[in-house]
Design a protein around this ligand. Structure first.
Ligand SMILES: *[C@@H]1O[C@H](CO)[C@@H](O)[C@H](O)[C@H]1NC(C)=O
Length: 296
Protein backbone atom coordinates (compact mmCIF):
# COMPACT_ATOMS: atom_id res chain seq x y z
CA UNK A 1 0.00 0.00 0.00
CA UNK A 2 1.40 3.39 -0.93
CA UNK A 3 1.41 6.48 1.28
CA UNK A 4 -1.68 8.36 -0.01
CA UNK A 5 -3.84 5.21 0.04
CA UNK A 6 -2.85 4.54 3.63
CA UNK A 7 -3.64 8.12 4.59
CA UNK A 8 -7.01 7.88 2.83
CA UNK A 9 -7.87 4.68 4.69
CA UNK A 10 -6.82 6.29 7.96
CA UNK A 11 -9.04 9.31 7.31
CA UNK A 12 -11.96 7.04 6.43
CA UNK A 13 -11.74 5.04 9.64
CA UNK A 14 -11.30 8.25 11.61
CA UNK A 15 -14.47 9.63 10.05
CA UNK A 16 -16.42 6.48 10.88
CA UNK A 17 -15.19 6.64 14.46
CA UNK A 18 -15.55 10.34 15.12
CA UNK A 19 -18.76 11.33 13.37
CA UNK A 20 -21.61 9.03 14.37
CA UNK A 21 -24.01 11.77 13.17
CA UNK A 22 -23.05 11.02 9.61
CA UNK A 23 -24.74 8.10 7.91
CA UNK A 24 -24.70 7.23 4.28
CA UNK A 25 -27.86 5.32 3.62
CA UNK A 26 -31.51 5.91 2.98
CA UNK A 27 -33.22 3.57 5.37
CA UNK A 28 -36.62 3.21 6.98
CA UNK A 29 -37.86 0.89 9.68
CA UNK A 30 -41.65 0.68 9.57
CA UNK A 31 -43.94 -1.86 11.21
CA UNK A 32 -45.10 -4.02 8.31
CA UNK A 33 -48.58 -5.01 9.47
CA UNK A 34 -51.01 -3.49 11.92
CA UNK A 35 -54.60 -4.32 12.78
CA UNK A 36 -56.60 -1.19 13.58
CA UNK A 37 -60.10 -0.85 14.97
CA UNK A 38 -62.41 1.44 13.01
CA UNK A 39 -63.33 4.76 14.69
CA UNK A 40 -60.29 4.38 16.96
CA UNK A 41 -56.73 5.51 16.25
CA UNK A 42 -53.57 3.78 15.11
CA UNK A 43 -49.98 4.97 15.52
CA UNK A 44 -47.61 3.44 12.96
CA UNK A 45 -44.08 3.19 14.45
CA UNK A 46 -41.53 4.44 11.92
CA UNK A 47 -37.89 5.52 11.98
CA UNK A 48 -35.73 6.54 9.04
CA UNK A 49 -32.25 7.58 8.05
CA UNK A 50 -30.67 9.66 5.27
CA UNK A 51 -27.12 10.30 4.07
CA UNK A 52 -25.17 13.21 5.43
CA UNK A 53 -25.33 15.39 8.50
CA UNK A 54 -28.25 15.39 10.89
CA UNK A 55 -30.84 18.02 10.01
CA UNK A 56 -33.37 19.99 11.99
CA UNK A 57 -37.08 19.34 11.51
CA UNK A 58 -37.33 22.64 9.60
CA UNK A 59 -34.96 21.25 6.97
CA UNK A 60 -36.98 18.08 6.52
CA UNK A 61 -40.36 17.36 5.08
CA UNK A 62 -42.13 14.07 5.78
CA UNK A 63 -44.92 12.75 3.59
CA UNK A 64 -47.05 9.61 3.83
CA UNK A 65 -48.94 8.31 0.83
CA UNK A 66 -50.68 5.23 -0.51
CA UNK A 67 -48.29 2.62 -1.89
CA UNK A 68 -50.35 1.92 -5.01
CA UNK A 69 -51.17 5.55 -5.68
CA UNK A 70 -48.36 7.87 -4.51
CA UNK A 71 -50.41 10.91 -5.60
CA UNK A 72 -52.89 10.06 -2.83
CA UNK A 73 -51.14 11.80 0.03
CA UNK A 74 -52.46 10.87 3.45
CA UNK A 75 -50.11 13.14 5.40
CA UNK A 76 -48.30 16.35 4.52
CA UNK A 77 -47.57 19.44 6.62
CA UNK A 78 -49.48 21.29 3.96
CA UNK A 79 -53.09 20.21 4.54
CA UNK A 80 -54.11 21.35 1.05
CA UNK A 81 -51.99 18.53 -0.41
CA UNK A 82 -53.71 15.87 1.71
CA UNK A 83 -56.37 13.67 0.11
CA UNK A 84 -59.86 14.67 1.24
CA UNK A 85 -60.51 11.26 2.80
CA UNK A 86 -57.59 11.87 5.20
CA UNK A 87 -57.83 15.60 5.88
CA UNK A 88 -57.69 16.28 9.61
CA UNK A 89 -57.27 12.59 10.46
CA UNK A 90 -53.49 12.20 10.17
CA UNK A 91 -50.71 13.59 12.32
CA UNK A 92 -46.96 13.06 12.35
CA UNK A 93 -46.42 12.16 16.00
CA UNK A 94 -42.74 11.34 15.45
CA UNK A 95 -40.09 14.07 15.51
CA UNK A 96 -38.39 14.26 12.09
CA UNK A 97 -35.30 15.86 13.64
CA UNK A 98 -34.96 12.65 15.70
CA UNK A 99 -35.42 10.57 12.52
CA UNK A 100 -38.81 9.45 13.79
CA UNK A 101 -41.58 9.30 11.17
CA UNK A 102 -44.34 7.69 13.30
CA UNK A 103 -47.77 8.52 11.94
CA UNK A 104 -51.12 8.63 13.71
CA UNK A 105 -54.32 7.94 11.78
CA UNK A 106 -57.32 8.93 13.85
CA UNK A 107 -60.97 7.94 13.41
CA UNK A 108 -59.91 4.87 11.39
CA UNK A 109 -62.26 4.11 8.46
CA UNK A 110 -62.83 0.72 6.88
CA UNK A 111 -61.32 2.11 3.65
CA UNK A 112 -58.02 2.62 5.51
CA UNK A 113 -57.46 -1.06 4.70
CA UNK A 114 -54.47 -0.23 2.55
CA UNK A 115 -50.71 -0.01 2.28
CA UNK A 116 -48.95 3.25 3.12
CA UNK A 117 -45.35 4.38 2.62
CA UNK A 118 -43.19 7.18 3.97
CA UNK A 119 -41.28 9.70 1.87
CA UNK A 120 -38.69 12.18 3.05
CA UNK A 121 -37.78 15.39 1.25
CA UNK A 122 -34.82 17.59 2.02
CA UNK A 123 -35.95 20.66 0.08
CA UNK A 124 -33.62 21.76 -2.73
CA UNK A 125 -31.29 18.91 -1.88
CA UNK A 126 -32.67 15.42 -2.02
CA UNK A 127 -35.68 13.19 -1.56
CA UNK A 128 -36.42 9.53 -1.10
CA UNK A 129 -39.48 7.25 -1.10
CA UNK A 130 -39.16 4.22 1.15
CA UNK A 131 -41.19 1.95 -1.12
CA UNK A 132 -39.80 -1.28 0.31
CA UNK A 133 -40.73 -0.49 3.89
CA UNK A 134 -44.44 0.17 3.96
CA UNK A 135 -47.17 -0.61 6.44
CA UNK A 136 -50.22 -2.74 5.66
CA UNK A 137 -53.18 -1.60 7.74
CA UNK A 138 -56.04 -4.05 8.12
CA UNK A 139 -59.10 -2.70 9.85
CA UNK A 140 -61.65 -4.54 11.99
CA UNK A 141 -65.06 -3.47 13.24
CA UNK A 142 -65.71 -5.28 16.50
CA UNK A 143 -64.00 -3.95 19.61
CA UNK A 144 -62.44 -6.60 21.87
CA UNK A 145 -63.92 -7.01 25.32
CA UNK A 146 -61.50 -6.52 28.22
CA UNK A 147 -59.81 -9.61 29.65
CA UNK A 148 -60.10 -10.22 33.38
CA UNK A 149 -57.63 -12.35 35.28
CA UNK A 150 -57.63 -13.16 38.98
CA UNK A 151 -54.17 -13.53 40.47
CA UNK A 152 -54.89 -16.19 43.07
CA UNK A 153 -57.43 -18.96 43.13
CA UNK A 154 -60.73 -17.92 44.67
CA UNK A 155 -61.13 -14.82 46.84
CA UNK A 156 -61.23 -15.35 50.59
CA UNK A 157 -63.39 -13.21 52.87
CA UNK A 158 -61.25 -10.59 54.57
CA UNK A 159 -58.04 -11.20 52.58
CA UNK A 160 -56.82 -8.83 49.84
CA UNK A 161 -57.77 -10.05 46.39
CA UNK A 162 -56.30 -8.84 43.07
CA UNK A 163 -57.87 -8.84 39.61
CA UNK A 164 -56.32 -7.49 36.42
CA UNK A 165 -58.29 -6.07 33.53
CA UNK A 166 -56.45 -5.60 30.25
CA UNK A 167 -56.95 -4.57 26.64
CA UNK A 168 -54.63 -4.51 23.63
CA UNK A 169 -54.87 -1.49 21.32
CA UNK A 170 -52.96 0.61 18.79
CA UNK A 171 -53.76 4.09 20.07
CA UNK A 172 -51.09 5.21 22.60
CA UNK A 173 -51.97 8.89 22.04
CA UNK A 174 -55.47 8.30 23.48
CA UNK A 175 -55.09 5.46 25.95
CA UNK A 176 -58.31 3.48 26.60
CA UNK A 177 -59.89 4.08 29.99
CA UNK A 178 -60.70 1.12 32.25
CA UNK A 179 -63.20 1.37 35.11
CA UNK A 180 -64.41 -1.14 37.69
CA UNK A 181 -67.96 -1.91 38.86
CA UNK A 182 -66.82 -1.59 42.48
CA UNK A 183 -66.08 2.10 42.15
CA UNK A 184 -62.85 3.79 43.13
CA UNK A 185 -62.64 3.23 46.89
CA UNK A 186 -60.35 0.25 46.30
CA UNK A 187 -56.69 0.26 45.34
CA UNK A 188 -56.33 0.61 41.56
CA UNK A 189 -53.07 0.70 39.60
CA UNK A 190 -53.06 1.67 35.91
CA UNK A 191 -50.33 0.45 33.58
CA UNK A 192 -49.49 1.11 29.96
CA UNK A 193 -47.02 -1.13 28.16
CA UNK A 194 -45.47 -1.08 24.70
CA UNK A 195 -45.89 -4.62 23.33
CA UNK A 196 -43.88 -3.76 20.20
CA UNK A 197 -44.95 -3.73 16.54
CA UNK A 198 -47.43 -0.91 17.18
CA UNK A 199 -49.45 -2.77 19.82
CA UNK A 200 -49.98 -1.49 23.35
CA UNK A 201 -51.46 -3.03 26.46
CA UNK A 202 -53.42 -1.00 28.98
CA UNK A 203 -54.02 -2.65 32.34
CA UNK A 204 -55.92 -1.81 35.47
CA UNK A 205 -55.02 -3.78 38.56
CA UNK A 206 -57.68 -3.79 41.28
CA UNK A 207 -57.03 -4.95 44.82
CA UNK A 208 -59.88 -5.16 47.32
CA UNK A 209 -60.97 -7.02 50.44
CA UNK A 210 -63.91 -9.28 49.60
CA UNK A 211 -66.82 -9.59 52.02
CA UNK A 212 -69.52 -12.27 52.27
CA UNK A 213 -71.72 -9.90 50.26
CA UNK A 214 -69.36 -10.23 47.27
CA UNK A 215 -70.04 -13.95 46.96
CA UNK A 216 -71.63 -14.84 43.59
CA UNK A 217 -71.42 -11.16 42.63
CA UNK A 218 -70.23 -10.18 39.19
CA UNK A 219 -67.14 -8.02 39.00
CA UNK A 220 -67.08 -6.02 35.78
CA UNK A 221 -64.43 -3.96 34.06
CA UNK A 222 -65.55 -1.45 31.44
CA UNK A 223 -63.32 -0.23 28.62
CA UNK A 224 -63.78 2.94 26.62
CA UNK A 225 -61.51 3.02 23.58
CA UNK A 226 -60.75 6.11 21.55
CA UNK A 227 -63.97 6.51 19.56
CA UNK A 228 -65.51 3.30 20.90
CA UNK A 229 -67.21 1.89 23.92
CA UNK A 230 -68.18 1.41 26.65
CA UNK A 231 -67.71 -2.36 26.59
CA UNK A 232 -67.82 -4.72 29.55
CA UNK A 233 -65.87 -7.78 30.62
CA UNK A 234 -66.85 -9.69 33.78
CA UNK A 235 -65.93 -12.48 36.17
CA UNK A 236 -68.09 -14.08 38.82
CA UNK A 237 -66.70 -13.99 42.34
CA UNK A 238 -66.78 -17.16 44.36
CA UNK A 239 -65.88 -15.85 47.80
CA UNK A 240 -64.78 -18.40 50.37
CA UNK A 241 -66.20 -17.36 53.75
CA UNK A 242 -64.28 -17.90 57.00
CA UNK A 243 -67.05 -20.21 58.26
CA UNK A 244 -66.99 -22.06 54.95
CA UNK A 245 -63.20 -22.39 55.22
CA UNK A 246 -63.60 -23.77 58.74
CA UNK A 247 -66.07 -26.36 57.45
CA UNK A 248 -63.72 -27.31 54.68
CA UNK A 249 -61.16 -28.11 57.37
CA UNK A 250 -63.54 -29.64 59.93
CA UNK A 251 -65.38 -31.94 57.54
CA UNK A 252 -62.35 -33.83 56.19
CA UNK A 253 -60.78 -34.02 59.66
CA UNK A 254 -64.04 -35.36 61.12
CA UNK A 255 -64.33 -37.81 58.24
CA UNK A 256 -60.80 -39.12 58.80
CA UNK A 257 -61.29 -39.36 62.56
CA UNK A 258 -64.68 -41.07 62.10
CA UNK A 259 -63.22 -43.63 59.71
CA UNK A 260 -60.34 -44.31 62.08
CA UNK A 261 -62.70 -44.89 64.99
CA UNK A 262 -64.97 -47.22 62.99
CA UNK A 263 -61.97 -49.10 61.64
CA UNK A 264 -60.48 -49.42 65.13
CA UNK A 265 -63.75 -50.76 66.51
CA UNK A 266 -64.00 -53.23 63.66
CA UNK A 267 -60.46 -54.44 64.33
CA UNK A 268 -61.21 -54.92 68.00
CA UNK A 269 -64.39 -56.88 67.24
CA UNK A 270 -62.60 -59.08 64.71
CA UNK A 271 -59.76 -59.71 67.11
CA UNK A 272 -62.19 -60.68 69.83
CA UNK A 273 -64.07 -62.96 67.46
CA UNK A 274 -60.97 -64.65 66.10
CA UNK A 275 -59.36 -64.82 69.50
CA UNK A 276 -62.27 -66.99 70.65
CA UNK A 277 -62.03 -69.05 67.46
CA UNK A 278 -58.27 -69.50 67.74
CA UNK A 279 -58.58 -70.55 71.33
CA UNK A 280 -61.32 -72.99 70.36
CA UNK A 281 -59.13 -74.36 67.57
CA UNK A 282 -56.11 -74.64 69.83
CA UNK A 283 -58.21 -76.42 72.36
CA UNK A 284 -59.60 -78.86 69.84
CA UNK A 285 -56.12 -79.41 68.42
CA UNK A 286 -54.68 -80.37 71.76
CA UNK A 287 -57.68 -82.66 72.38
CA UNK A 288 -56.97 -84.32 69.03
CA UNK A 289 -53.39 -84.95 70.06
CA UNK A 290 -54.57 -86.54 73.22
CA UNK A 291 -56.90 -88.75 71.22
CA UNK A 292 -54.07 -89.72 68.84
CA UNK A 293 -51.91 -90.68 71.80
CA UNK A 294 -54.74 -92.79 73.08
CA UNK A 295 -54.77 -94.67 69.78
CA UNK A 296 -51.01 -95.12 69.78
C1 LIG B 1 -41.10 7.80 17.80
O1 LIG B 1 -42.15 8.63 18.22
C2 LIG B 1 -43.23 7.94 18.83
C3 LIG B 1 -44.34 8.96 19.07
O2 LIG B 1 -43.91 10.06 19.78
C4 LIG B 1 -42.73 7.31 20.10
O3 LIG B 1 -43.77 6.61 20.75
C5 LIG B 1 -41.61 6.34 19.76
O4 LIG B 1 -41.08 5.80 20.93
C6 LIG B 1 -40.51 7.05 18.96
N1 LIG B 1 -39.58 6.06 18.50
C7 LIG B 1 -38.28 6.07 18.79
C8 LIG B 1 -37.46 4.98 18.23
O5 LIG B 1 -37.79 6.97 19.47
Amino acid sequence: MNGPARLWLFCLSLQALCSPGISDEWEADVVHKLKAMTESCVVIPCTFNYPGMKKSSGQLRGIWSKKNDVKKIIYDEDQSKVDNAYKGRTKLVGDLAEKNCSLEIDDVKSHDNDEFCFRIEIPETDQYSFKDNCVMISTFEDPKIPKLNQHHQDPVEGSPFTVTCSVIHTCPSHVPSLTWSRGTQDKIIAEHKDMGHGNWETQSILTFIPTVGDDHAELTCTVTYRGRGPLKGAIKLNVKTKLGMLYTIIIPVAAVLGTAVVFGLLCMLMRKKYKNRIEALQRSASNGQVQQNDWG
